[in-house]
Design a protein around this ligand. Structure first.
Ligand SMILES: Nc1ncnc2c1ncn2[C@@H]1O[C@H](COP(=O)(O)OP(=O)(O)OP(=O)(O)O)[C@@H](O)[C@H]1O
Ligand SMILES: [Mg+2]
Length: 253
């Protein structure tokens, strides 16, 4: 069964009457890495927010282990919230600038595991910071005192600490230099192997998606054009749009 899926999801933004998603159905299996690729404005982030429960669809249903998320209450809803974590493009934008990185990491952990004591929380944070390749001393810094790559590693640590089942990564390396991009992607691949978490990997970069994912949904103007196995993209691509994306990424063969 899918960890997370959606059926016939549409999104109409009331303020401007824009239909950002049109009857979208996708699924993310246990331990699977699923990509969403498509041009700017195609609805990738809107879909990511809705399937992760941050925004509501105008129509259609999102399922967490087969249960409609709009019916989740109390502990079941908290479990869903903890199990689905995000990594965004701008890591510092999602951190309180007045907090040290230690506090940035401990606060959400405290909320997710209210029964765990302060020392244990601090130990978990220090251990996780090591796992994402940073020294424990960085925990005393504030978000504005670290580089973009370091901030994204902290953001990844924050995402991994609640032990999520699904990580929704939305353009999570787009703001980084190419060499740092590769380091962060490899860190995520390592985390994926170690934790068995599923990923919804959103990117406009087809090559990156291919490197990271098992399957990819191609989006255009709020619709899914097709879904491809990342190992056989060229053979499976049927739509002109996907062929164009492949040609942009790899040239004509
Ligand atoms: N809150 C909102 N109100 C109105 N329109 C919105 C809102 N959020 C997004 N949109 C519109 O919905 C469309 C899809 O936006 P979305 O951010 O999902 O695209 P995207 O594929 O993630 O693009 P990018 O690659 O640039 O991140 C865009 O045309 C955008 O302007
Ligand atoms: Mg986006």
């Amino acid at each position: 069964m899918s960890v997370l899926s959606c059926m016939n999801v549409s999104k109409l933004f009331q303020d401007n009457g824009f239909e950002a998603l049109r009857s979208i159905s996708i699924s993310i299996g246990e331990g699977e890495s699923v990509g969403i690729v498509g041009e700017s404005g195609s609805g990738k982030s809107t879909l990511g927010s809705i399937i992760g429960g941050l925004d509501k669809p105008t129509d259609g249903t999102v399922f967490y282990h087969g249960t409609d998320i709009s019916s989740l209450k109390g502990g079941a809803f908290r479990q869903f919230r903890r199990s689905v974590q995000y990594i965004f493009q701008d890591p510092k934008g999602a951190m309180n600038p007045y907090f040290t990185l230690r506090r940035v990491l401990i606060e959400p952990l405290r909320i997710n595991f209210p029964g765990i004591g302060k020392t244990e929380l601090e130990n978990r944070v220090e251990e996780m910071v090591g796992k994402v390749g940073l020294p424990a001393s960085i925990l005393d810094a504030h978000p504005y005192e670290v580089s973009g790559g370091e901030a994204q590693r902290i953001a990844i640590a924050r995402t991994l600490l609640p032990e999520p089942e699904v990580i929704i990564a939305d353009e999570c390396v787009s703001s980084l230099d190419l060499s740092i991009q590769a380091e962060v992607i490899n860190l995520l691949r390592h985390a994926r192997t170690e934790t068995g978490a599923s990923f919804l990997f959103i990117s406009h970069d087809l090559d990156l998606v291919r490197y990271f994912c098992d399957r990819v949904y191609v989006m255009l103007h709020g619709r899914i054009v097709e879904c491809l196995d990342c190992r056989h993209m060229e053979e499976e691509a049927a739509s002109e749009y996907t062929k164009m994306l492949l040609e942009d990424a790899y040239g004509k063969d």
